[in-house]
Ligand binder design. Structure first.
Ligand code: PRX
Length: 634
């Protein structure tokens, strides 16, 4: 049997899945041959999960942008590659063909080169959702520079940390950001961040809002001026399969966010393959993923996955509720969107605004709906299915992670059985297992355990930037011989997976990951007021999880509201608005074991409002503190 790039039925999925697990190297070798390589690989795979050391398509040479752009020019040169819908529906939208995008990427790549950026250099990208962001990402890839996109909602402090961690040589940014009714500075944040970064030599600024921004002589340049005198073609840098393509920072349960590293060959193969199959994209379709390119979803399923398939990908600058809660649906109708991919939190937020907004639009073009980032509750799933999909569109609930690079467990639009709140079956090549506490595989269906992977897949992370030990400790040391996801999951009686949620100290707020330690550090940095804090997640109707902070102050708070505002402000400065605590409770102590470990289980229960069964508290250093916390719960 042959590996097929595009699966067209559930039977075919089953056959392909079997092939992919019985002969993984043959399978991925055949899938990879659907791409354009400058030099073929000597060996498909070498791996061990102890170090870990994983290599795919060894010694092959390629450039992902040749696969995203050049290779389509002959057949699809005049096809739309990108549709850009601005924040304000009255502003003109932008359409770019593959030929135009190719030229823009080449020109921008030449600007990067002119400023001394080359293969292996790191470039931070901090931009609003405008076409120039996609172009900047691809321009880096064109010349072999490693992009590190930082979501433009992060603060100057968080941006500086990320720039410093990978010693970026350049920052690409814009003057300002329009987001809903808000006008948000962008270049100003970069200026602030760069006060504590020494590695950055050049800042390229794209014009978006035409605000008056400070330009530092010899460091800052306007992109539109730099583009005036560059060549319209830029040769694609030959990259080794295992050369770094990008770094993307994500939160873990401990300390600072880590730079997840993805490499060229494997990432390309899997991003393109998973896109084609999950969304069942057909040649004339218009595909829209509402994520921001600052997250992995945007990397793999706004930029790389769709372009690798010669698809038309829509990019949206705004938010779901501006100018009103019908905006998503208005955009779907306006551009004839066929595949629509969003987050459960957005669905819940729109559901809360009532059906009228969605019922005002026809939505006839929709064929496949997708969700990502967090578990989708049944109510939101049904609403999406009935009101958006008109009960005719399959929903793909896609489970994956920054570290996995691509979708791991999901239905294949229209071919797989669906069950609300269940991601379903693994994609071909993906071998999930459920482990028990001891790290033993739990066989059979109707079982629950820790979700892990027992075999590598092409787009898995290779390391965490500058700290391989951390990669090993975070993902490969919990259970010997497995990649550990940090999630708990259940396999139902038919073998479909349901993701239960994180089993570590990571909170998922509106599909965005934060480590509790990261938020605690931010709160504690207010050290003239705060002596200690503990953060946990709690169920939140719209966001999935909200952030609940227990804070011990140095002095008893006389004006708690003012103090809360100060603490929130610090978190906004340290991380960004997206990590604002929803609730802050002042306490005089925290439940700790005799060895000083905070019993988060108890704090979680109290935050959930479930104080009936707190378990055994007798081993606590100070059991009375629990009653105090219970009494003051918000
Ligand atoms: O807990 C899982 C949850 O999001 C985590 C990964 O977060 P991040 O790296 O930011 O990537 C998000 C987008 C790929 C996972 O460990 N998660 C992601 N997708 C789902 C999900 N939980 C349930 N169902 C999903 N479909």
């Amino acid at each position: 049997m042959e590996a097929k790039f595009r699966i067209n039925s559930f039977e075919e999925y089953e056959e392909q899945y079997k092939l992919s697990t019985e002969r993984p190297e043959d399978f991925w070798g055949q899938i990879a041959s659907n791409y354009q390589w400058q030099k073929p690989w000597d060996k498909t795979l070498e791996w061990e999960f102890d170090s870990p050391d994983v290599k795919w398509f060894l010694n092959a040479k390629l450039n992902i942008t040749e696969n995203c752009l050049d290779r389509h020019l002959e057949k699809r040169g005049n096809k739309l590659a990108l549709i850009w819908e601005p924040n304000d529906p009255k502003e003109r939208f932008v359409r770019m063909t593959y030929r135009e995008l190719h030229e823009e990427v080449c020109r921008t790549a030449n600007v990067l080169k002119k400023h001394g950026v080359g293969k292996g250099d790191r470039v931070a990208i901090y931009m609003p959702m405008i076409p120039e962001l996609t172009i900047a990402v691809l321009a880096c890839a064109r010349i072999g520079a490693v992009h590190s996109v930082v979501f433009a909602g992060f603060s100057a402090h968080a941006l500086a940390d990320r720039i410093n961690d990978s010693s970026c040589k350049m920052v690409i940014t814009a003057d300002g950001i329009y987001r809903g009714a808000k006008e948000i500075p962008c270049k100003g944040v970069v200026d602030e961040a760069l006060k504590s970064c020494t590695s950055v030599e050049t800042v390229l600024v794209t014009e978006r809002t035409r605000w008056n921004v400070q330009m530092k002589e010899g460091r800052d340049y306007w992109m539109h001026q730099e583009l005036l005198d560059v060549d319209r073609f830029c040769p694609a840098e030959p990259m080794d399969s295992e050369d770094m393509l990008f770094i993307l920072y994500t939160s873990g349960s401990t300390g600072k966010p880590k730079g997840v590293v993805h490499t060229c060959g494997g990432y390309m193969v899997y991003a393109g393959y998973s896109f084609a199959n999950v969304f069942q994209y057909d040649e004339s379709d218009v595909y829209w993923c509402t994520a921001d390119i600052g997250w992995i979803t945007g990397h793999s399923y706004i930029v790389y996955g769709p372009l690798l398939n010669g698809a038309t990908t829509l990019m949206f600058e705004g938010v779901p509720t501006y100018p009103d809660a019908g905006r998503f649906w208005q955009v779907c109708d306006k551009h004839g969107v066929n595949q629509f991919y969003t987050a459960p939190t957005a669905i819940r937020a729109l559901m809360a605004k009532g059906e009228d907004h969605v019922l005002s639009y026809g939505l006839y073009s929709l064929k496949v709906l997708g969700t990502v980032g967090e578990p989708i509750n049944e109510e939101a799933w049904e609403w999406y299915h009935i009101h958006v999909g008109k009960e005719k569109c399959p929903i793909v609930d896609t489970w994956w992670q920054t570290e996995t690079g691509g979708i791991m467990i999901s239905g294949l639009g229209g071919h797989s059985p669906m069950r609300p709140s269940h991601a379903g079956y693994p994609l071909p090549g993906i071998q999930p297992v459920l482990l028990d506490q001891e790290g033993k595989e739990i066989d059979g269906n109707d079982q629950e355990g820790y979700l892990a992977m027992r075999f590598p897949w092409p787009s898995m992370l290779r390391t965490t930037y500058g700290d391989h030990e951390r990669c090993k400790n975070t993902y490969f040391s919990h259970y010997n011989g497995y990649y550990f996801t940090g999630d708990g999951a259940r396999r139902d009686d038919k073998g479909m997976y349901r993701i239960i949620g994180r089993v570590d100290d990571v909170i998922n707020v509106s599909g965005h990951r934060f480590g509790t330690a990261e938020i605690e550090n931010a709160i504690n940095s207010n050290d003239h007021i705060v002596s200690e804090s503990a953060v946990v997640g709690y169920p939140h109707d719209i966001k999935g999880q909200g952030i609940y902070a227990y804070v011990i102050t140095k002095e008893p708070p006389t004006n708690p509201d003012k103090l809360r505002a100060e603490i929130v402000e610090t978190v906004v400065e340290e991380i960004g608005k997206i990590a604002k605590p929803d609730k802050i409770q002042f306490v005089s102590g925290l439940p700790k074991t005799r060895s000083g470990k905070i019993m988060r289980r108890i704090l979680r229960k109290i935050a959930e409002g479930d104080t009936s069964n707190l378990g055994d508290t007798s081993t606590l250093l100070d059991p009375d503190v629990v009653d105090e916390i219970k009494a003051g719960a918000l």
